[in-house]
Write a protein that binds this ligand. Structure first.
Ligand SMILES: NC(=O)c1ccc[n+]([C@@H]2O[C@H](COP(=O)([O-])OP(=O)(O)OC[C@H]3O[C@@H](n4cnc5c(N)ncnc54)[C@H](O)[C@@H]3O)[C@@H](O)[C@H]2O)c1
Length: 366
């Protein structure tokens, strides 16, 4: 498959390659960093234990020395302390600006490593090798890097474009199913906000996607990545508001995540938040009731939640409004004009948000 080229207004463009295996990576690294004399791979223990680190090192061969560091898996790894650990690791191995830093992992490793690469020596060549569906479809593209600080997610970060995104689909074979489908929620989100044809294709390919067939996954990622590419190229540094469209499902989803984050993965909250956004779109006469019900039910075959069964509705609403209240802002949400087209609605009435949360609160059968 042809690489996808993402143009960056300020700096160089970068390519996204979709492959089965790591075999082609060495030649691509030579293209982006011909003067590199060392390679660092940053990963996490799960990815390392699944033997993806070994496979990547094998593909890199012995041409350049490779230094590796593995962190504990989990969101807590995205912290400043680990950025310092990385700086120390780069210094002790005398990594220079010409060298290459590879993030081999999900969004946590990508965000942490990207931020360290952005700031160490004011920027070292950075390569994303995403290993979760979420990081392949979403977080490895667009140059957002960050760590969490004082309990606030992504509070310290930088825009720093990778020099290359290398996606090896084979690594998905070891990704736990629940993580895979949580990542799929971001793919569904992309289709709903930008591409009706792609949405229907996802439904058509449901069986093959659930079976993780490489050919279908490759085509699916190609479409999802192109949606993100089109948006980040037009709004690379989040200045025009266009990039906000990618937040479909994230307003109410984030409220649910704040209150019930122990129960649900991020992608699962996006699924719930997208159902809620579709409900509000229906109540505002933007989409039909049938479309709303179809969108809601289409998450189910992908093992994603569409209901929350909780007595914490008001806490979720408070969490949705928390930041906005502090800023005195109205609540803006991404809504659907129709399947495949989204826009930002300003000042969504609080009652409608409460109603959408209540609508999610039912017991699913079976
Ligand atoms: N930068 C962005 O634009 C952006 C966008 C969306 C999300 N994010 C960030 O991404 C993070 C979430 O990313 P994620 O969902 O990939 O989570 P993650 O990186 O925590 O990975 C999920 C789990 O899967 C394991 N894993 C990863 N790849 C594996 C594989 N191939 N086989 C077996 N296990 C594997 C990890 O060890 C981890 O336990 C959050 O911190 C979020 O803020 C960033």
């Amino acid at each position: 498959m042809e690489p996808i080229l993402v143009k960056d207004t300020n700096k160089k463009s970068y390519e996204i390659h979709l492959k089965n295996g790591f075999e082609d990576i060495t030649a691509l690294l030579e293209n982006i960093a011909p003067k590199a004399s060392k390679i660092v791979i940053v990963t996490d223990e799960n990815v390392k234990n699944a033997s993806h680190l070994k496979d990547l090192k094998k593909a890199l061969g012995r041409k350049l020395p490779v230094f590796e560091i593995a962190f504990e898996p989990g969101e807590h790894t995205k912290c400043l302390e680990n950025v310092e650990k990385l700086y120390d690791f780069y210094m002790s191995n005398k990594i220079s600006r010409k060298d290459i830093i590879i993030a081999l992992g999900g969004g946590v490793i990508g965000d942490l490593t990207g931020f360290s690469a952005a700031t160490y020596l004011r920027g070292v060549n950075f390569v994303q090798c995403p290993t979760t569906l979420l990081s392949m479809a979403d977080s490895s593209i667009g140059g957002k890097t960050a760590v969490d600080y004082k309990g606030i997610k992504n509070n310290v970060g930088a825009f720093y474009m990778p020099s290359l995104v290398y996606i090896n689909l084979d690594v998905l074979k070891t990704l736990p199913d629940r993580q895979f489908f949580a990542g799929f929620a971001e793919v569904m989100k992309a289709a709903l906000l930008a591409d009706q044809k792609f949405y229907f294709k996802l439904i058509e390919d449901m069986y093959e996607i659930c079976e993780k067939e490489n050919g279908v996954l490759s085509e699916m990622l190609f479409n999802a990545i192109n949606i993100k590419k089109a948006i980040v190229e037009k709004d690379p540094y989040e200045t025009t508001g266009l990039r906000m469209l990618l937040n479909l499902g994230h307003t109410i989803g984030h409220g649910i995540e704040s209150v019930m984050g122990d129960e649900y993965f991020h992608g699962e909250c996006v699924s719930l938040g997208t159902v809620a956004a579709a409900y509000i779109s229906y109540k505002k006469d933007l989409i039909s009731k049938d479309d709303y019900l179809e969108i809601r039910d289409m998450f189910v075959p992908f093992y994603l939640p569409i209901s929350i069964d909780t007595d914490r509705e008001s806490e979720i609403f408070e969490a949705v409004t928390y930041d906005k209240k502090n800023n005195g802002d109205s609540i803006n949400m991404v809504l659907l004009k129709r399947i495949g087209s989204a826009f930002v609605e300003e000042n969504v009435p609080h009652d409608l948000i409460k109603e959408a949360i209540s609508e999610l609160n039912f017991k699913e059968e079976g």
